[in-house]
Design a protein around this ligand. Sequence first.
Ligand code: CAO
Length: 539
Amino acid sequence: MISVTVPELGDASDVEVIELCVKPGDRVAVDDPLIVIESDKASLEVPAPQAGIVRALTVAIGDRCQEGDVIAELETEDAAVAEEPAAAVAEAAPAAVPEEAAAAEAPEPSAPASTAVIEVTVPELGDAAEVEVVDLMVAVGETVELDQGLVALESDKATMEVPAPQAGRVLEICLAVGDAVTDGALVARLEVAGAASPAPAATEAPAATEAPAATEAPAAAEAPAAPAPEPLASPEGDGGAVYAGPAVRRLARELGVTLVGVPGSGSRGRVTKEDLKAHVKAQLTAPASQAPEGGAIPPIPPVDFERFGPLRLEPISRMMRAGAANLHRSWLNIPHVTQHDEADITALEAFRKSLKDDPAAGGAKVTPLAFILKAVAGALKAYPRVGGSFHADGEHYVLKDFIHIGIAVDTPEGLIVPVLRDVDQKGVLALSEEIVSLSERARARSLKPDELRGGCFSVSSLGALGGTGFTPIINPPEVAILGVAKLRKAPLWTGEGFEPRDVLPLSLSYDHRAINGAEAGRFMTHLCHLLADVRRLML
Ligand code: CAO
């Protein structure tokens, strides 16, 4: 029989038991989680140091405990072995300790031979005296790359991330969501490769690496504290925003199941092994029962890409993940239809080019997009349903007495859609300046939350890049979006002959539940009409 104790807790003196993963009488394998404990910074599972039978749990949910407190009594599979002094076991039967267990239980070499601990602080905040911590983007124990965001801060003017100044491992996060901080406040401590650190972790490391894993294992079994706390909510891979422990993640990997979408029944929505098994069971049985209705979306089976050649893994940014979820939601919920048309913008282009030398334009960068937004505002005034939304009550349609239009901006982190307000009330020059300002700030990730909501309609312009047309995906709760492709010279029939004209391909994707084909057709005809004669934009 061995006593399982609370592992080393780093800075946390006191943790709360938030979940019991086993009950007395349960048979557990090595590394199976026994309980889950949580400090204010991280959560971790206390694993079974050896395979065996749980004889007693000595804590209950809500209990607070400290490093070294006994949490369970475990009758190991080989009780005789367990009763031997740790060192003797190691000498007598080093091979009896499974390699995996040895690795898991040996005190983790908490620092490579040459490491340093660095402190990351809040950088210069400009004119903002104080900012609020709005997101912790990493967890204790996580490996981070150079420039990876650690925390997100928000003032009343902007949001910003504090990046990792070096690649390394997060030892401590020193802030909590909701904290108000100023320049120089300590954000986190990172263990990084480099000069030997005076931190105790670094000095202990060589001893840990020199000691053979098998010799360490039984000793570790008495104090299963050794593994570094693995964050339950890891931002990597499939389990991005999923709250699940390492054992569940391991099982998910073994089964080839993504944890996203697995409903968690544990404390605070944590996904347990039982949840995962139930999910797999449901997935296996669902196609048979749902196939005739065609309601189930067959999952794309996971592929072991390594079989086909060498790989590199690139982290998916938070923005890209959020964008992917929005696009998927839209694609699955909205019956999209796309109406294509072409606008003759020869006169518009002549006028736009003339603005380059016009002192009235003040040297502003004026692209076709500003005119397109102005024309869309005119078309939305004439066809307000296109700028409307379904009401959440399912019984009304919302018609808006304002015209706010989003523009899709391509950034290195992913697509983002800032919104220009009251487009119908602004001139082309003001809109041009706003497009430049919003797209620059979108790429610098300094848009305010309010600048990202409230749109009635979106425009996605790939005109600068090329292409003859594409079908954009609607940005809900909006019901329509305009895709703009590259302007080209084309011969157009004037009634008397062909003339070279500037032709702009446009594609309107619309929600067919909200807008019928005739209305979409009329909207596009009106839009093209407005673009063909810029004078009409003044009306
Ligand atoms: N046809 C031909 N040329 C075009 C054009 C069009 N439809 N639209 C713009 N251009 C020209 C501009 O006039 C400019 O050239 P000049 O400087 O000589 O005038 C050049 O292309 C570059 O324009 P831009 O991209 O800097 O500016 P913009 O106002 O057209 O677009 C913005 C701004 C933010 C929308 C754009 O930078 C962007 O991010 N586009 C990508 C949007 C996207 O990814 N959509 C896909 C979403 S679905 O996945």
